[in-house]
Unconditional design. Structure first.
Length: 580
């Protein structure tokens, strides 16, 4: 007998229920629910979209956002990723968003606009979540599941940011929605693999997602009742070729683009070797964890199998698969992944929420309908409270980032470098190659990388740098403190001085050669001699020590990059900068 996944008999074996019965409440009551819940889905999605759009203007800026935007801008300028600009991520997200960045243009509020451009990906993720919930819970409960997933504080915040993880989560959730769909057929297997492949071409963390899926498939085969196991295994055998074909296609296309740009070696160095650092993070010695993960998962599978065999008529193979995948990913990411961040859970939490509701069986029967809605309402209210408590709407923090970019655009011309941590200047090249994120700082600490930012800053004639946020390497931080002066949201080349009023020479040291001017708190001209010559305006100074003699009463003054002075920037009045 040939295997036809569309057959009601086979569907019953694969999913654990008669195909016509499906998930609970899909009968006359389900038909009545569709008249309300389908429009309700779109209304709810629209409301969530408005909330995300509002938060785009008031959510604190994460440094990852600046890095992603800077790399996408670099590609939009014709530069080649990895070869011309450092990038320790997979390339697909930046390739897709480079045209959007070019369309937005070089403007101070570009990050907010790029956050808004992420909204379609957020909508796709939520629709995929609703599809998963529809398969596991039924149409009436899919809206609540989507709401609970969307308001989960960590997911809400990370999905509001401009980051590659938004595309990663959307692609993976689409793949899971296809995988867990009520009816499955061979032409859908390729689409499922394609979605997973897009996720892999967006983030290498997809390897953990796929490993968890392999764990979950094995666990489902063990846990599900024997009456359903044969059909499930047959379904896997039929799906395997198309899934693999879809999975590798996006990866091959992306690698072909990198190879065409002659950047394969740079890609390997930046995106692979840079991220592989033995002993990194909380799980530096992973021997114990590598044993605990399979042991813990085995115990979970054993418990689920015991439960499944006691009530085989109520077990859905898709629910088992989704739940065990959620458990496996959590164990792998927490037990083995070196650096765990909030965005690592973006493709996980929506599935975990839906699968947990399904396993717990909340609201599966009509008599439990209103208790389910009450409990869901309380959970959503709690999530809203947590979002407002820990991630308040603070537009002033976005304004500070806008001020940084506005000052950079005012102070520098296109092509002039700016020293920043991870690309905060957005639209200017960087004098250094590496970005100062966790892995780079650890490599610097171990002396696997040279802290050569001072030399690169001098050689590239970089006159603008980001403020001191405590994340600079020690040597670079000391260099910036000695040779750059805050003039507002950024620092420019220069030095703060103090005249004693006695006519004694002041020794100043110029690190970055260029044109400099003297500035006083009052803004008035100062009577002085610089290197023995009367000061009458901005002057070209070479690198090294210079002698300044100031006449008159004691006063504070500064030697500052002349271009900043001409634009009205001053270290003495940083809140009121000239022609910005």
């Amino acid at each position: 007998m040939s295997f036809d996944p569309r057959s009601p008999v086979v569907a019953a074996g694969v999913y654990g229920r008669a195909a016509d019965e499906g998930v609970p409440a899909r009968d006359a009551a389900g038909a009545r629910a569709r008249s309300w819940w389908t429009p309700g889905l779109w209304i709810t999605l629209g409301a969530l979209g408005v909330v995300h759009a509002v938060y785009a203007y008031g959510l604190r800026v994460n440094s990852d956002e600046s890095q992603h935007l800077h790399v996408a801008w670099s590609l939009s300028q014709g530069l080649v990723g990895y070869r011309d600009v450092f990038d320790n991520h997979a390339p697909l997200f930046h390739l897709l968003y480079a045209p959007c960045v070019r369309w937005v243009g070089e403007r101070a509020d570009a990050l907010v606009r790029m956050r808004l451009s992420i909204l379609p990906l957020t909508a796709i993720s939520l629709l995929a979540t609703a599809s998963i919930a529809r398969s596991l819970l039924g149409e009436e409960r899919m809206v609540w599941a989507m709401v609970l997933a969307a308001l989960n504080p960590l997911w809400f915040v990370t999905s509001s940011e401009f980051r590659a993880d938004g595309l990663w989560a959307a692609a993976w959730l689409c793949g899971m929605a296809l995988l867990l769909a009520r009816r499955s057929w061979s032409r859908g297997d390729f689409a499922t693999g394609l979605a997973f492949g897009i996720a892999l071409a967006t983030s290498f963390k997809t390897t953990v997602l796929l490993a968890a899926l392999a764990f979950a498939v094995a666990g489902t085969l063990i846990a599900m009742p024997s009456s359903q196991r044969h059909a499930f295994a047959a379904r896997l055998r039929s799906a395997w070729p198309a899934l693999c074909a879809g999975l590798v296609l996006p990866v091959l296309l992306v690698l072909a683009w990198v190879a065409q740009q002659r950047a394969l070696d740079d890609f390997y160095a930046d995106a692979v070797l840079h991220n592989v650092l033995p002993g990194l993070g909380a799980h530096g010695d992973r021997t114990a964890n590598e044993l605990l993960v399979p042991i813990s998962f085995t115990l979970v599978v054993a418990a689920v199998a015991t439960w499944a065999r006691r009530a085989p008529s109520r077990i859905d193979g898709r629910t088992l698969l989704a739940f065990l995948w959620s458990v496996a990913y959590l164990l792998l990411i927490e037990g083995c992944w070196p650096l765990v961040t909030a965005q690592d859970f973006m493709p996980w939490s929506p599935v975990a929420i839906v699968a947990s509701i399904a396993v717990l069986g909340v609201g599966f029967r009509g008599t439990e309908r209103w208790p389910f809605h009450l409990l869901a309402t309380l959970c959503a209210a709690t999530e809203i409270f947590l979002v407002r408590r820990y991630y308040p709407w603070q537009p002033e923090r976005v304004d500070r980032h806008r001020d940084v970019v506005a000052e950079v655009l005012a102070l520098t011309a296109p092509g002039e470098p700016v020293l920043d941590l991870k690309g905060e200047a957005l639209f200017r090249p960087r004098p250094v190659t590496q970005v100062y994120e966790t892995i780079t700082r650890e490599r610097l600490r171990r002396e696997l990388l040279a802290d050569d930012a001072p030399e690169r800053t001098i050689a590239s004639h970089t006159y603008v740098a980001m403020p001191d946020e405590g994340r600079w390497p020690a040597r670079t931080r000391a260099f910036l403190a000695a040779h750059f002066v805050p003039v507002g949201a950024v620092r420019v080349a220069g030095q703060l001085l103090r005249s004693s009023g006695t006519g004694e020479p002041i020794v100043l040291e110029i690190a970055v050669p260029g044109r400099y001017a003297l500035v006083t708190p009052s803004g008035r001209a100062v009577e002085a001699k610089l290197d023995g010559v009367s000061y009458d305006g901005p002057r070209d100074l070479t690198r090294g020590r210079h002698e300044l003699i100031v006449a008159g009463a004691p006063t504070d003054l500064a030697v500052l990059w002349a271009h900043a002075v001409e634009l009205g920037f001053s270290p003495f009045h940083p809140a009121n900068q000239g022609d910005r």
